[in-house]
Design a protein. Structure first.
Length: 503
């Protein structure tokens, strides 16, 4: 990547002449600062930050983020100072460079990444807390990590393994949490190829064999479905989505290495104009083929916790071929591919501006977890202790969806208990909770909830929370509210012990 190539890329992305001049100035500054520095490949170091910026342009980030991508290593690796960055390129770009620099410093203290230890998950939470003020910092870091992984071959085998392990256990999950599916897959595939090269190649060959056998049959299904949609005057695009090698590896682990249990090695993805078309297409496909009812997933009505939306269905054709379909709108598809980064494109404003103006609802997903990160970051800045393990549970476990008796949907982390649900609705409902009914039957407060449960909290005004309630919740929100209520009752809650303080 050269200066001229990056400028051309930005020009194609429709940046204004003033923004192009701004970017060119940053490239010149970074080139001068990194002069004489080389990468392990022997190439001039400046190639790396330019490629990071190129990734950010591909993800349609704003100009400050792209400039910060060009400058992201200057403060840490050159004589440049943050004050210089702010004077030359403004407060926003300097803020982002500072965030990426601090993130790098935090990572330098990470240990124990040779296996998937709880300590590593705790580090993952710390990384996100560190970027809680502006999530663009983490997106820039993902662009940085992606290029580093793409040039990993120039490092020693020991470093390749160490960096790949960290990428698989920290950065790929971050990409997933931001719903940046394309980036997550790229990071996972490269990491897996270095960590278990033999297994990676074996699965790749197995996939090629099976895909070769299925391709002709799939072409027939594609043509049949395409004809049906055209007859119904639906504008659509259809292509095939091949399962990644690492995803196949993980799925085979769940199915005792039985390839025959993998139905979604390849899926047909249909992109349409609006939600109504999504459901019409689903009905038309079910009219053509026999649906496997248990494999119909409506992630449009109930998005995944990272904001992913799509209809999934698996069908059996007359010749007994099993085919999976994913149906979504163009906007859903963009969000599935680029995740939170796509929000900059669709909202034409910085996420930080949206937060400050209280416009989080304008974003295409539930961003409550980012708000929670901001709260945790603010508490840390104020010198308060944060139980990072409890926060990690809320951020990275799978989500469940439960219903109120009126049909309102609430998403909670997997393993959530009735009091977590009660406090999610309102702190007064939580503190006065006497009993709970799940699906119309009296249940215990230590009974984990499941997706689809209808939960009703029965309250009584004279009920008060007790210290024992802290054992019946897993969410940080409920824990904070209960501790506050206990203090108002002059009951001293037990002191929180974070993982850091235990060490």
């Amino acid at each position: 990547m050269k200066k001229s190539q990056l400028i051309d890329k930005a020009k194609d992305a429709k940046f204004s002449p003033e923004q192009l001049d701004f970017l060119a100035s940053a490239i010149d500054f970074a080139t001068e600062m990194h002069r004489g520095q080389k990468r392990k490949s022997g190439e001039p170091y400046i190639i790396h930050p330019l490629q990071v910026a190129a990734n950010l342009i591909d993800w349609e980030l704003d100009i400050d983020s792209i400039v910060a991508g060009v400058l992201h290593d200057t403060v840490e690796d050159t004589p440049a100072t943050l004050k210089q960055i702010e004077e030359k390129f403004g407060r926003d770009a300097a803020f982002l460079v500072d965030g990426v620099t601090k993130l790098g410093q935090l990572r330098s203290g990470m240990r124990d990444i040779d296996s998937y230890l709880p300590a590593t998950k705790d580090n993952l939470t710390k990384l996100l807390i560190a970027t809680g003020q502006d999530i663009r910092v983490m997106i820039i870091k993902l662009a940085d990590r992606l290029h580093n992984m793409q040039t990993l071959k120039f490092l020693s085998p020991a470093k390749q393994k160490k960096i790949s392990t960290e990428t698989l256990q920290v950065f790929a999950p971050v990409a997933d949490r931001l719903n940046m599916g394309r980036v997550r897959v790229q990071l996972e595939e490269i990491s897996f190829s270095y960590l278990d090269h033999h297994r990676y190649n074996f699965l790749k060959k197995q996939m090629k064999k099976r895909l070769g056998r299925a391709s002709k049959k799939l072409d027939h299904v594609r043509a049949e479905v395409g004809k049906k949609l055209a007859e119904n005057k639906i504008d659509f695009q259809m292509d095939g989505r091949i399962k990644s090698v690492y995803s196949l590896h993980k799925k085979l682990e769940k199915h005792d290495q039985n390839f025959e249990a993998i139905y979604d090695l390849i899926a047909l993805r249909i992109v349409v104009e609006n939600k109504a078309d999504c459901y019409q297409v689903l009905g038309l496909i079910h009219g053509l083929y026999t649906p496997m009812i248990e494999r119909i997933k409506d992630y449009i009505a109930q998005p995944k916790s990272n904001g992913y939306q799509s209809l999934h269905t698996t069908v059996i054709t007359p010749d007994e071929q099993i085919v999976e379909f994913q149906i979504r709108t163009e906007r859903m598809h963009e969000y599935a591919e680029r995740g939170l980064a796509a929000s900059f494109h669709y909202n034409e404003q910085k996420l930080t501006d949206a937060y400050k103006k209280g416009q989080i609802s304008a974003m295409p997903t539930d961003l409550s977890w980012i708000t929670e990160l901001q709260t945790a970051a603010a508490r840390l800045s104020a010198g308060e202790e944060v139980d990072t393990e409890k926060l990690r549970i809320n951020l990275f476990s799978d989500r469940i969806f439960v219903y109120s008796p009126k049909g309102d949907i609430y998403d909670l982390p997997e393993g959530a208990l009735p009091l977590d649900y009660a406090y999610r609705i309102h702190s007064d409902i939580g503190k006065n909770a006497q009993n709970v009914q799940v699906n119309g039957k009296i249940a215990k407060f230590d009974q984990p909830l499941k997706t689809g449960d209808i939960v009703e909290i029965i309250t009584r005004n004279n009920i008060k929370p007790s210290v024992d309630w802290l054992k019946r919740i897993i969410t940080p929100h409920a824990r904070t509210k209960i501790r506050q209520q206990l203090k108002r009752l002059n009951i001293e809650p037990p002191r929180e012990r974070s993982k850091d303080r235990k060490k």
